[in-house]
Structure formats: structure tokens, C-alpha cells
Write a protein of this length. Structure first.
Length: 303
């Protein structure tokens, strides 16, 4: 019996790990599932359900990428400039299912997103998109991205990857993307914190963004790239950074930035920390285009 138990333990230890939380369609990720290490990914490169997606510059991906990783073109999951009034909005669920299916994702996949260079915000934007599709619990970001992978002298490839198309049935989550009305109704609301993810010069109104400078009233500032180190690894003190900014335990969090990309990284970290989070996709691009809406600090351009 003892020998049998030892053999079974050894066999179980060789099985690919799956997300530890509820990973049914529509579930959100947790601290146990949202980040994977380079060591974990190296051990699961050939796992049949693991789909690796690279986010960043295509030329850099072509030069070297994690073996088996497909390239995710962000234009396939977010609108391009000129397609509609607002820049960089989430595409329809039908378009998203087709885009992620084309790079090998299905409902049974464990999707690992990794940043090329410092493409942390676009990588987080891809995560937010999957979360909105109902696949958040099946998605992870690679802690440290390709920079850490290369520094650890792990295998790379320049071979073209032609993933087998996957089939996705989305179950959209209504609690991921915030619209203008939700943000308006959340202004200075007890239990809700709006986080401006832009750099301080935009938060303070020292530089212009959108139609005019300023910020959403009552918002606090957590600059997106302060949450990770120079390699893209999540800093160990991110919880304290949220607390220092005035985010309280149990708060609902709404993140925004210029067009919804930098805010995606703050959304990711908020979810990782256990907050009930939303990402305002229209962000300052939309808010500042409505002259009737308040903003801080008021300037001479305010009518």
C-alpha cells in the first residue's frame, strides 16, 4: 500500500497544473491563477492545454520568442484609431472569439500572456479582454515577461508558429468594463475608489490629455508602471501602494487612464489583490469630450 501511494504521488506530481480557483466560464482569476513564474511556464511548455501568447512589437517577436508562443496582434482585440469616435475600445464578443480562436485559444485553454520588452500595459489589456469574455480564470500573465525569460537563459525560438484554431463560446462578464454612466454614478460614492492610472503630470493637469487637462473628480493616482519593476515583475508591496493611495479594503475600484490601456494593468493588480474592479474603457478620452462633466483641477477652459 505504501508503495502504491508513493507511485500515485509521483504520477500526480507530473500532471500539468491547472488554475487553482473556479475556472468555469465567467469566473474571475485569483492571486493563485493570475500570475505564473518563468519556472512554471518552462515546466509546461508542451502541456496540451497551455496556449502562450506574446504581446509587444511584432519585429521583436519574430526575432525571438518563447517556443510555441503565438503572436497576439492587439489590433484584433481593440479598435484602431479612426474606426470609431473613441480610441482603442474593446471589440465585439464575436470579433474577440474569432481573434483569440485564431491564435489557438479555446474554452479549455490555460492562456499565458507575456510581455515583450516593457509591453506590460498591452499585456494586461489582453488579460482584461479575456476577463470580459468570461475567460479570466483561465488566463495568467507571465511574471517578469520575456525579459526575465531571456535573462534566465531559457530556450527561445524564431520559428514561425501556426497555432491550430480554437473554438470559443464566450460568456461575457458585465463586471469588467465600466461605461460612462457607471463612472458618473460612482463619483465620490462611499465604498468606490476611482483610480487614475496615468503619470502624475496628467493627473495633476500639468499636461493635457484628451480634449483638455485634468482628472475625474475624487480620483486617486496610482501610476500604472510603478506597480512592476524594470523587468515587469509585480512588486511585492503593491497592496501597500493601493492602501497609501487611499484604497480601502472592500472598496469597489474603477481604473482609467488615457484610452484604457495603462488602466488595464492597474485593473489587473486590483483583481490580483482581491478588489471588485472595473476598467473604464472610454477613460479620459471619453470623459474630457463631454463639456458638461466635472473635472479637477478646473482651468480657464472650463465653461
Amino acid at each position: 500500500m505504501k508503495t502504491y501511494m508513493c507511485v500515485m504521488a509521483a504520477l500526480l506530481a507530473t500532471l500539468p497544473e491547472a488554475p487553482a480557483a473556479d475556472f468555469s466560464c465567467g469566473a474571475h482569476g485569483t492571486k493563485d491563477t493570475m500570475l505564473v513564474s518563468t519556472a512554471w511556464l518552462a515546466d509546461h511548455l508542451t502541456s496540451p492545454d497551455v496556449v502562450i501568447l506574446a504581446v509587444g512589437q511584432k519585429k521583436d517577436y519574430d526575432a525571438a520568442h518563447i517556443p510555441g508562443a503565438a503572436y497576439l496582434d492587439m489590433d484584433t482585440i481593440a479598435t484602431k484609431n479612426g474606426e470609431q469616435t473613441l480610441n482603442y475600445q474593446i471589440r465585439t464578443m464575436e470579433e474577440l472569439a474569432r481573434a483569440f480562436g485564431n491564435v489557438g485559444v479555446s474554452n479549455s485553454s490555460h492562456i499565458v500572456l507575456y510581455a515583450i520588452g516593457n509591453a506590460w500595459a498591452p499585456t494586461a489589456r489582453a488579460y482584461v479582454t479575456l476577463d470580459a469574455m468570461g475567460l479570466g480564470a483561465r488566463a495568467s500573465m507571465l511574471d517578469g515577461g520575456f525579459t526575465t525569460w531571456q535573462e534566465e537563459h531559457r530556450a527561445v525560438s524564431s520559428d514561425a508558429v501556426q497555432p491550430k484554431a480554437g473554438r470559443i463560446e464566450v460568456c461575457p462578464n458585465a463586471d469588467v468594463v465600466a461605461d460612462l454612466n457607471l463612472v458618473k454614478n460612482s463619483l465620490k460614492k462611499t465604498g468606490t475608489t476611482i483610480i487614475d492610472s496615468r503619470t502624475p503630470v496628467f493627473y495633476k493637469g500639468e499636461q493635457s490629455s484628451g480634449k483638455h487637462p485634468g482628472r475625474i473628480p475624487g480620483s486617486v493616482n496610482i501610476t500604472f508602471n510603478t506597480l512592476v519593476d524594470e523587468k515587469g515583475k509585480l512588486k511585492p508591496n503593491v497592496g501597500q501602494m493601493f492602501a497609501d493611495a487611499g484604497v480601502k479594503n472592500g472598496d469597489k475600484v474603477i481604473t482609467y487612464c488615457h484610452i484604457g490601456q495603462q488602466a488595464s494593468l492597474v485593473y489587473f493588480v486590483a483583481r490580483y489583490l482581491g478588489y471588485d474592479a472595473r476598467m473604464y474603457d472610454g477613460s479620459w478620452d471619453e470623459w474630457s469630450s463631454h463639456p458638461e462633466l466635472p473635472y479637477e483641477p478646473e482651468t480657464s477652459s472650463k465653461k
